[in-house]
Every structure is written in structure tokens, then in C-alpha cells.
Design a protein around this ligand. Structure first.
Ligand SMILES: [Cu+2]
Length: 430
């Protein structure tokens, strides 16, 4: 198998390596005939997916630029941009230039260039204050790294930016998002990025497939406001998502979002893992558990305890917005904050329609997102959960601590008759 890989073009090698890793890993865990047939079916599906990916990469792929820009858009771009700094918000605005990968049909790349400010969960980049489109440069990289997945277990994560979840990108509708993506995964696995915010084949994934050490660049016009998942879509896709390769892109509407006091980035995902044959080794991926949709962990922000050891923090009287994504790869989330009622829910992260009001729990599909807002009225501790509540036992819990401002306990809203006491052993009310 390995000898035959040497004679293949490099893109196929990467895809085939993924298949090889999968099939040997899966075969180790299946030693009866039914399981072997399952592995064979998985292998076939993975091979077809790998071949499709390779075909995209190997053919003279034309980036998806033609038709993305109208003459109207060109008129909106400032005629000349000086170098300047937008303090506290996005990075340096540079003189616009023609992109190397632009063709004659898309000279409206001639937008001011801004380096995106990105953040890792639970932090969110500051709101966008400009009222014109830019070419927003976003640097992304892939790494692999053994990371803590719970108090007791580690897991070999595949990451964007050395973090799970990956960076939060904040843009404005009409921006051209320029992705410069480098695969620094030392294991040699090929990766890409499928942006749900992108209109065009694969969400950009075929343009961004990179083997170890490669950098790929592509530009995408952001046509719709919303909060969008991105994830790796290299074959086998479930494995790449299950190993931690996902994050969020916020595309603000032209008029922006209403001002709030605190914004947070929370992303739910699940991990399919089993004990290693090495007693001191990290957990190993359990592909069969993924197929059966039996996760070992369901977590917020990449690991059990991410939001209990380091809770979200705000003060009473502040308005809170949570950008919530669900990377799956399988489960639908019933997102709820115990003790809070969402007075605005931008259902499915639809930032155009009027938000829903007075919502207790909101469904977030795998590969989807929502935006919720509420006032932190009564001081105390609040609990983020997936209200499919057994998932609490798999790690899906986080805290929001609301500190009292100037001794205002809001007893007009919440009046204990005696000292509040959490129930013994409680994971929900600390
Ligand atoms: Cu990947």
C-alpha cells in the first residue's frame, strides 16, 4: 500500500493516506465479519470522496471569481486608500492592490485591504464600525496537537490555529474575505476549509486544499449576513470535523448589530473516542462510535470544563449576546441558559428577519448557529446547557457569572425566602 502511494500524484497520496489511516484504525477495532463488511463500505465511501477531492485539486481549477463583483460594487470602493490605523478595531488598512489570482473579469478586488482581528473562544472581535466593504485578510493555519478533552483524558486534536474551536472571524456583508491558509499539520494529513459563509462549490474547500507545508489563498465575496460555521471538509469529512476542525464566521448586516455590553463565542461539538492500547496514551478516535452517533464527550468550546473552570463573566444590568455555533458532527443542540430567558433569538442566525422574543430553549442544528441576547438582570450564577440533559454527564455544561453592580440584588424580580443552597452533587447550580 505505502509503496503504491509513491507513484501517485501528491493530492491523491494525501487522500489515500487518510483512507489508510482510517481503515487500519477501524480494522483494529473490528474483528468479526459484519464489522469487516462495514469497514469495507466505509473504505469505498472514503475512496470515492478522496477521488472527488483529488479531482478538484488536480484539474486546472479556476477560482470562483468571475461574476462575484458587479460594477455597482466597484463604485462603492473608495478611490484611494491611505495607510492608516483603525484603533481598537480591525487591523491596518493598506493601499489596495490587484490580487495575483484575480483575472480580467474581477478588477473590483480594488478594495481597501484590512487585516482581520480574530479571537479564540469565548472572546469575540469588536463590532465593525466601517460602512464600506473591504478585502478582509484572514490568516488561518492547521495544526495537530494532543490536548486536554476532560479533566482525565487527552485527545489528538486537529485544529485551526492551535485551538478548538478555531478562530472567530468578524466581517461585514459585501466584504471580500481573503483566506490565506497554511497546513502546518505535522502528521502529514491534507486539510481544507469549507466556509458556510461562502457562496460557491464546496464553500471554498476545493480552493483551499493544502498538504503539509502548503499555503493556499482564495477570495470570497460575502453575500449574506449571518453567523456561519466553517469546518475542514477533507476526506473523510466526519473524521476531520470530529477531530476539532471548526469555528465561526460572523457576517454583520450593513447596519451592524445593536450595541450590547458583552459578547461571547460558544461552540458546541461532540467527540467520539475510546481508550488507547497504550495505557499512558491519549484517547483515540472511535469512528464506529461516530457512525452510531454515540459520543464519549459533548462539550462547549472544545473540552469538558472550558466554561466551568473559566466561566463567562458579566455584571448585572449588562446586556449579553452569545454567538452560538454547533459543529456537531452529529447532534442537534437544544441550547438553553438556566435562569435566563432569551429576549431576542436570531433563529438559525438569521440576522435580517426580526428576532424571536421570549425564548427559553432554541434548536441549533449540526452545522448551524444561532445568536441570542438577554439582559443579565439578577446577579448570580447561570448555567449553559444542551437541554438534551443527559449530555450534561458528557461534559456539556458551562457557567455565566453575573456580578452584582452596586449591591443591587433585584429582589423585586428574584426573592429567596432563605439562603439559596445548591443541591448536593449538583453540576448545574454552583
Ligand atoms: Cu482536515
Amino acid at each position: 500500500m505505502l509503496r503504491s502511494l509513491r507513484s501517485l500524484p501528491s493530492a491523491i497520496k494525501a487522500a489515500a493516506r487518510s483512507k489508510f489511516v482510517l481503515t487500519t484504525g477501524a480494522a483494529k477495532r473490528f474483528n468479526h465479519s459484519n464489522a469487516s463488511r462495514s469497514v469495507s463500505r466505509i473504505t469505498t465511501v472514503v475512496f470515492l470522496a478522496s477521488a472527488t477531492t483529488a479531482a478538484y485539486v488536480l484539474k486546472d481549477y479556476q477560482p470562483l471569481h468571475a461574476g462575484f463583483f458587479s460594477d455597482d460594487e466597484k463604485k462603492k470602493a473608495p478611490a484611494k486608500q491611505e495607510e492608516k490605523q483603525e484603533e481598537g478595531h480591525e487591523g491596518v488598512i493598506m493601499t489596495a492592490d490587484k490580487g495575483k489570482i484575480c483575472n480580467s473579469e474581477c478588477d473590483s478586488w480594488d478594495l481597501p485591504v484590512v487585516k482581520a482581528v480574530t479571537t479564540f473562544a469565548p472572546n469575540v472581535p469588536p463590532p465593525i464600525e466601517r460602512n464600506y466593504p473591504v478585502r478582509l485578510q484572514v490568516d488561518m493555519e492547521t495544526t495537530s496537537k494532543v490536548m486536554q478533552i476532560s479533566l482525565s483524558d487527552k485527545y489528538p486534536m486537529w485544529t485551526f490555529g492551535d485551538h478548538v474551536p478555531g478562530p472567530f472571524v468578524r466581517a461585514r456583508v459585501g466584504d471580500v474575505m481573503e483566506i490565506r491558509y497554511t497546513n502546518n499539520d505535522a502528521t502529514g494529513v491534507g486539510h481544507n476549509i469549507d466556509f458556510h459563509a461562502v457562496t460557491g462549490p464546496g464553500g471554498g474547500a476545493p480552493c483551499l486544499y493544502a498538504e503539509q507545508g502548503e499555503t493556499k489563498t482564495a477570495r470570497f465575496k460575502l453575500l449574506q449576513p449571518g453567523l456561519f460555521i466553517y469546518h475542514c471538509a477533507a476526506a473523510p469529512v466526519p473524521m476531520h470535523i470530529a477531530n476539532g476542525m471548526y469555528g465561526l464566521v460572523l457576517v454583520e448586516p450593513e447596519q451592524g448589530l445593536p450595541k450590547v455590553d458583552k459578547e461571547f463565542y460558544v461552540l458546541q461539538s461532540e467527540f467520539y473516542a475510546e481508550e488507547s492500547s497504550d495505557p499512558n496514551g491519549p484517547l483515540e478516535p472511535a469512528y464506529a462510535d461516530g457512525i452510531m452517533e454515540h459520543p464519549k464527550y459533548v462539550v462547549f468550546n472544545g473540552r469538558e470544563g472550558a466554561l466551568t473552570e473559566n466561566p463567562l463573566m458579566c455584571k448585572s444590568g449588562e446586556r449579553v449576546r452569545v454567538f452560538f455555533g454547533n459543529a456537531g458532527p452529529n447532534l442537534v443542540s437544544s441550547f438553553h441558559i438556566i435562569g435566563a430567558i432569551f429576549d431576542k433569538v436570531y433563529r438559525d442566525a438569521d440576522l435580517i428577519s426580526p428576532p424571536a422574543r421570549g425564548i427559553q430553549t432554541t434548536l441549533v442544528p449540526a452545522g448551524g448557529a444561532t445568536v441570542v441576547e438577554f439582559d443579565a438582570i439578577v446577579p448570580g450564577n447561570y448555567t449553559l446547557v444542551d437541554h438534551s440533559i443527559f449530555r450534561l454527564e458528557k461534559g456539556c455544561v458551562g457557567f455565566l457569572k453575573v456580578a452584582a453592580q452596586k449591591g443591587d440584588p433585584r429582589k423585586d424580580v428574584y426573592a429567596p425566602g432563605s439562603m439559596p443552597v445548591p443541591c448536593p452533587g449538583c453540576k448545574l447550580h454552583n
